[in-house]
Design a protein around this ligand. Structure first.
Ligand SMILES: CC(=O)N[C@H]1[C@@H](OP(=O)(O)OP(=O)(O)OC[C@H]2O[C@@H](n3ccc(=O)[nH]c3=O)[C@H](O)[C@@H]2O)O[C@H](CO)[C@@H](O)[C@@H]1O
Ligand SMILES: C=C(OP(=O)(O)O)C(=O)O
Length: 431
């Protein structure tokens, strides 16, 4: 298994291009199941999760073609992928494929909408909590599907006349639930109203693409979304929005090490709450047409008090990275995690580097320390892994981050992007 070795101490200076968002690319790719025509996606990041989803979609009958490199494109220029599901050849999403990635469960919605049936293994994904799918199943039932659990699989069947529009009122904000509702309702008969919908930018990106395919969705990005069902969807060409979590991660890395980096292509409105917090820690943020510039020169790291919330609040997917930054703050910070009940698995690994963090239920108290020291560490999920990279960049000596496959799920060309800005990061191939 590959590992990454980081020798701490360097400041970061230069330009980091921001990739297309993993969490937008995945539902966009799944939307290809809704039409027999070609969906062309641009700026798709080169990530293990994208590859895995291509395998899953291929199993359902989606033909994919990845465009070759054009002049001037580098290995980090997002890929263009054409997806065409002329017909759905298999409505089962098997355990071996789905258990590795949470988002793959969302195929349930387009499969039932288009083929009338789906048999989908209960999902896997990052180990950050129990992560039930009850609200996704509620969506399918509200739209008229019969839902049963058989041998670890969810079997959902549309009524004879197909899915019917309905009122869906989510008791809590769920990104996956909202994606599912959008993809199930676009082909349903009549109107669907979603209340308490997730307002995340990735939901808006999916709705924009579905509308380009001929859907009639209004209000995406607000709590109430209204969908008028249509008879069929066609092809479209859509560019994946930039990854706000990747941008926030590198912003925190620069706030940690000091230096000055342009996050090229990052869009500030997608991560304003995180940028506000980074400014409160003492870094400077400036915004231009090129992206977001982050700088910390000579100022220490100030402690902050942060609570994770659904968009537009501070994202849970940046909580671990912020915690890493705050391990070196001048004072005590408080981080409250309200989205996932088990998303503090990075605490014990950050402790190996010398951090001082106390857990009290859903709150982590981070006492800033003068010095971190390198150590072998092992992360249990994607964002936890990258939080260890951030801490390692500021630690004395070498840190080896094991289980790099977590990083490869969500960070495109991490070593190259950090390396070009002066960090000493090296991938060690293992057995
Ligand atoms: C691939 C992808 O886009 N993943 C993101 C997505 O995950 P995901 O879509 O899985 O997260 P949700 O927004 O659905 O989860 C929010 C909360 O709702 C709960 N819940 C969810 C569904 C359900 O049926 N029942 C239920 O109780 C979850 O356990 C959690 O406590 O949004 C999360 C919250 O922003 C992010 O951390 C993930 O990176
Ligand atoms: C939790 C994440 O991914 P997933 O939902 O696929 O587990 C993430 O992107 O941080």
């Amino acid at each position: 298994m590959d590992r990454i070795r980081i020798t701490g101490g360097a400041t970061l200076n230069g330009v980091i291009p921001i990739s297309g968002a993993k969490n937008a690319a995945l539902p966009l790719m799944i939307a290809s199941l809704l039409t027999s025509e070609t969906l062309e996606l641009h700026n798709v990041p080169r990530l293990a999760d994208v590859q895995q989803l291509l395998r899953i979609l291929g199993n359902h009958g989606v033909d994919t073609a990845i465009a070759g490199k054009r002049p001037g494109q580098t290995s980090e220029t997002g890929q263009s992928i054409r997806l065409k599901a002329a017909s759905i050849i298999d409505t089962t999403a098997p355990y071996e494929l789905v258990s590795r990635m949470r988002a793959s469960f969302w195929v349930i919605a387009p499969l039932v909408a288009r083929a009338g049936r789906a048999r989908v293994s209960l999902p896997g994904g990052c180990a950050i909590g129990t992560r039930p799918v009850d609200l996704l199943l509620m969506v399918m039932e509200k739209l008229g599907a019969k839902v049963e659990i058989e041998g670890g699989y969810v079997v959902a069947t549309a009524p004879s006349g197909g899915l019917r529009g309905a009122h869906i009122d989510f008791p809590k904000v769920t990104v996956g639930g909202t994606h599912t509702a959008l993809m199930a309702a676009v082909l349903a008969d009549g109107e669907t109203v979603i209340d308490n919908a997730a307002r995340e930018p990735e939901v808006v990106d999916l709705a924009d693409c579905l509308n380009a395919m001929g859907a009639r969705i209004s209000g995406a990005g607000q709590s109430r979304v209204v969908i008028q069902g249509v008879g069929s969807l066609g092809g479209a060409s859509h560019t994946v929005l930039p990854d706000r979590i990747e941008a926030g991660t590198y912003a925190m890395a620069v706030a940690m090490t000091g230096g000055e980096v342009l996050l090229e292509g990052a869009r500030p409105e997608l991560l304003q709450s995180a940028l506000d917090i980074i400014v409160r820690t003492g870094a400077d943020i400036t915004v231009s047409n090129e992206g977001i510039r982050v700088r910390r020169n000579g100022h220490g790291i100030d402690p902050v008090d942060v609570t994770t919330e659904p968009f537009p609040g501070f994202p849970t997917d940046l909580q671990a990275q912020l915690m890493a930054l705050l391990t070196r703050a001048k004072g005590t910070s408080r981080i409250r995690e309200t989205i996932f009940e088990n998303r503090f698995m990075h605490v014990q690994e950050l402790a190996r580097l010398g951090s001082r963090i106390r857990l009290d239920g859903d709150v982590a108290w981070v006492d800033g320390v003068e010095r971190l020291t390198g150590a072998p560490v092992m992360a249990t999920d994607l964002r936890a892994s990258v939080s260890l990279v951030i801490a390692a960049l500021a630690a004395d000596g070498d840190t080896t981050v094991n289980r790099v496959y977590h990083l490869d799920r969500g960070f495109e060309a991490l070593e190259a992007k950090l390396g070009r800005c002066g960090a000493q990061v090296e991938r060690l191939s293992g057995d």
